[in-house]
Design a protein around this ligand. Structure first.
Ligand SMILES: [Zn+2]
Length: 905
């Protein structure tokens, strides 16, 4: 084994037994890589992909030709392939074909080895692989049926390209791709780049050739084949279309319109033309969200297709947000790609943040700045419990990589970027991002690259500020103390809560010395993701690094900012002692605040002086005060009740979430009745005047917040007037046999159920016995499963398990009952009865577990555990239920203590 270089020397190590030839002789084969990364010895330079796809068949045929750069002489080339039938492998190097042996010994880990009988010299080489891939259901190359016709799609992020193409399946390998698809005549074939030629490929087949792309990583390569109808949008600056199912064209117009507006704004912000030659928005029947493949953005049909006449406000907002997000990825992810999966936040946080900007600018009436607070609240709620993964963490295994793309990317991610923008300054941020995108265009970027660009444009401590927010799981808490005296007014900001705010000394049991809520001391160390030998040491330093919280406070006299480090900082205020201090101006900081009882009461007394965003931020903080004890429960509750009077849905949503938690705490303290009476007295008048049905002239916010208040007052607090109105509505519909599956009727069924009786149970049950019509049956199950009386709730679940009830109806009834806080506990204990869990369809468990995860009582967690334990070992549902149980227990743990709940309100 003559090794010319150190790397080849390493390859001279003895081959693994499985690869050893029969006669012992020196070999220079490289064993399969141990981790998720391929060796650096060989890198792809371009791909030529020929696919033969008939969506009516369960398999595609492919031939991929990969030009590679061989950096040092090698005997072995490793690439990725999962569940592919490899028919032929050719390797051409040094001007001649090589004799190769295909090595599938690591196929279980998704690896394909090509061993040459003689060393392949450094330089260029060409690998050609003929293969077949199964068209599965959801990932890799897959197919789905709509209106009786098959469509084929691809979805490769993060590591599923290897299920459709043998390839070097890592984001750092960006190369041009030239794709051609042969498909049955009459079908459309789409890929990332525009189609440049069609040629006959036999009597009933056509070959579609596409232009060569800009450099793309494997995870962004995409195709779609099927009888699509195209909906043309504007031709400039980039031709934009939707590809949908025939007959659904009108429902794609909103997406195309939003896309065109978003594209113009994204180009204006980035200062660059979109880096693609066309954009298709492709509807996928059953899909998770959307995927930003450049030129071929795939979107779940239930998001993309919006009924122009009847869509609720949520649907119109969702399509605008999703399309803007995916288009923002053209720059953040597609043009500049993370070098490795640990930096995925560079894609998702920035695309989400850009989409927020775009939607806010396009739809001022939507008050999109409130959606940012709502998304931040989703993150803060879990981050404060220590259950939200950090934005950056090691991607040291395929499992790590697959779990990288969590909801925190879309909730915490944009909140952190918005905070950094505040620190850097809006104009400087834009200039810095433009420079970053230009410098790394068609290549890869890393977190250090991004932070260096921002630091150069902004303050020198930008990196020190950013790192704890990226690497740690926690929400900093900023204590706020207004100090007024003869020498003027000031605000003292400190990390953690001042002991005075808790009404006790710092030594009191339960006093929080921690700097941040949610901090998990035993944070597993990040692996050396940067690849350097000191990665571990650097990570340890990063964990010890102190939080530096960029905080801004607003008073009637204006906004002032400071860095809150380990030592308290005083901000001098101009003029007299202010009546109030809002401690997170514009809600652009990712921190909670602890203003003490007096500070909280002052904010509540001056709500009219605060803006909508501050209302939303106060609702978030008041909700979290219930959990931290930073402000007494009755003050937090009164703030939530006052904020629930907002005209803005996001504010009402956050207030209702807090009040729902408080009801659970009051129940645990045995004081639930008094608290519900308070809710009815305080919020009943508004809930009753809003009623249960949409009205002409309602704005979007009213349409969205009406059901929230109705469920809080009518269902949770069982308001008799609302229940009576709902019952009349439901009975009238039962009389007429008019039971459409609408959100409004479902709301009426739930409110009527809060005070439902045996007579109502029998009406539903009788109607169910008389009708075979499917939607009407689901409506009737919805009514049955919404009956709050424990005896009736129990009978409803029993009925769902009666002989003759289809598994689908049973699952639906359980879902309705588990989602409702008044029926959940009974439903869980009924479901825990012997033999029942096994009779729930497996596909229903994720939704059921998610519904049950909103519970916040110890008995509910116990019942959930009993349900899980009744399932066979290894059942997939056990993991979903396990996560739900953990979430319920975390909620219970963070409820206010029983002795903190007032007897009377
Ligand atoms: Zn995204």
């Amino acid at each position: 084994c003559a090794a010319a270089t150190a790397l080849a020397l390493a390859a001279c190590a003895p081959a693994p037994a499985a690869l050893a030839p029969a006669r012992a002789r020196p070999v220079a084969l490289q064993p399969a890589p141990a981790g998720p990364r391929l060796p650096d010895t060989v890198a792809p330079a371009r791909y030529d992909l020929e696919l033969d796809i008939d969506p009516n068949a369960a398999e595609l045929r492919g031939r991929v030709t990969i030009d590679v750069a061989v950096r040092v002489p090698v005997r072995s080339i490793w690439l990725h392939a999962v569940d592919l039938a490899i028919d032929r492998v050719e390797l051409r190097a040094g001007g001649r074909e090589r004799v190769v042996r295909v090595d599938r010994s690591a196929a279980a880990r998704g690896l394909l080895g090509i061993h040459a009988t003689a060393p392949v010299p450094a330089g260029t080489a060409r690998i050609t692989i003929a293969y077949r891939a199964r068209l599965g259901q959801r990932v890799g190359a897959f197919r789905q049926r709509v209106d009786g016709r098959w469509y084929a799609f691809s979805d490769f992020e993060p590591i599923d390209a290897r299920r459709a193409i043998p390839c070097f399946d890592e984001p750092r390998f960006k190369t041009p791709w030239t794709v051609a698809i042969t498909a049955p005549r009459g079908l459309r074939a789409l890929s990332n780049a525009p189609e440049v030629a069609t040629t006959d490929a036999g009597p009933d087949r056509v070959r579609h050739a596409f232009a060569t792309t800009r450099p793309l990583p494997t995870y962004l390569v995409a195709f779609a084949v099927g009888p699509f109808a195209l909906v043309d949008g504007p031709r400039a600056p980039v031709p934009l279309r939707a590809a949908v199912y025939p007959g659904h064209e009108a429902r794609a117009l909103a997406a195309v319109r939003e896309g065109a507006g978003a594209l113009a704004r994204l180009q204006a912000y980035t200062g660059q033309r979109a880096p693609v030659d066309k954009i298709d928005l492709v509807a996928v029947p059953s899909f998770n969200g959307a995927m930003e493949n450049p030129g071929l953005i795939t979107v779940a049909a239930d998001i993309l297709l919006v009924d122009p006449d009847r869509a609720p406000p949520e649907a119109r907002r969702r399509v605008a947000m999703v399309v803007a997000h995916e288009l923002a990825h053209l720059w953040f992810g597609d043009l500049v790609t993370p070098a490795w999966w640990d930096d995925l936040w560079l894609n998702e946080a920035f695309a989400s943040w850009m989409a927020d900007r775009v939607v806010a600018a396009m739809h001022p009436g939507w008050h999109w700045e409130l959606e940012r607070v709502r998304a931040k609240a989703d993150a803060v709620d879990r981050d404060a419990a220590g259950t939200l993964p950090p934005l950056r963490r090691a991607a040291a295994s395929d499992a790590d990589i697959r779990t990288m793309l969590g909801s925190h990317m879309y909730t915490k991610g944009p909140a952190i970027v918005a905070m950094l923008e505040r620190v850097v300054g809006d104009a400087a941020m834009r200039a810095a991002l433009r420079g970053y995108l230009r410098r790394h265009a068609d290549g890869v970027g890393t977190t250090p690259d991004l932070l260096a660009a921002l630091s150069a444009a902004g303050p020198a401590d930008l990196g020190a500020i950013a790192k704890p927010f990226l690497n740690r799981r926690a929400v900093p808490v900023v204590g706020v103390e207004l100090r007024c005296g003869e020498r003027g007014a000031s605000v003292r900001l400190s990390q953690g809560e001042p002991a005075a705010a808790r009404g006790g000394s710092a030594d009191a049991p339960g006093a929080r010395a921690a700097l941040a809520v949610g901090e998990v001391p035993a944070n597993p160390p990040r692996a050396a993701v940067a690849g350097g030998p000191d990665g571990g040491a650097r990570t340890a330093r990063a964990r010890r690094a102190p939080w530096i919280v960029p905080a801004c406070v607003r008073t009637p006299a204006g906004t002032r900012c400071a860095r809150v480090g380990p030592t308290a900082v005083d901000i001098a205020l101009p003029g007299p002692c202010p009546a109030w201090v809002y401690p997170n101006a514009g809600e652009r900081g990712y921190y909670l605040y602890a203003p003490g009882a007096a500070g909280a009461a002052a904010l509540r007394a001056h709500l009219r002086d605060l803006g909508d965003v501050e209302w939303a931020g106060l609702a978030l903080n008041a909700w979290m005060w219930l959990r931290s004890g930073a402000v007494p429960v009755d003050e937090a509750a009164r703030a939530l009740v006052d904020l629930a009077a907002s005209d803005r849905d996001a504010v009402v949503d956050l207030a209702v979430r807090g009040l729902t938690d408080l009801a659970a705490a009051a129940d645990r303290a045995g004081r639930g009745g008094a608290f519900r009476a308070y809710l009815r007295a305080a919020l009943g008048p508004r809930a009753r005047s809003l009623g249960l049905r949409a009205r002409d002239g309602d704005d979007d916010d009213t349409r969205m917040l009406r059901p929230r208040l109705a469920r809080l007052v009518g269902v949770l607090a069982a308001d008799p007037a609302l229940a009576g109105a709902a019952r009349r509505e439901v009975e009238a519909r039962l009389d007429r046999g008019d039971l459409p599956r609408t959100d409004e009727l479902e709301l009426a069924l739930e409110v009527a159920g809060a005070r439902g009786d045996d007579a109502l149970f029998r009406r539903y049950a009788d109607a169910l016995a008389r009708t075979d019509e499917f939607p009407a049956r689901l409506v009737l199950w919805h009514g049955l499963a919404s009956l709050a009386d424990p005896a009736l709730a129990r009978r409803a679940v029993d009925a769902a398990f009666a002989p003759g009830v289809t598994p689908g109806e049973r699952a639906y009834a359980l879902y309705v009952a588990l989602r409702n806080p008044t029926t959940r506990a009974t439903a869980l204990s009924a479901l825990a009865a012997a033999g029942r869990a096994a009779r729930v369809p497996a596909a229903a468990w994720p939704a059921l577990a998610a519904a049950a995860a909103d519970a916040c009582a110890g008995e509910e967690a116990d019942a959930l555990a009993a349900v899980r334990d009744a399932l066979p070992a290894g059942a997939e549902a056990r993991a979903a239920l396990g996560a739900a149980i953990a979430q319920v227990r975390a909620c219970v743990r963070r409820l206010p203590a029983p002795d903190a709940i007032p007897d009377a309100w």
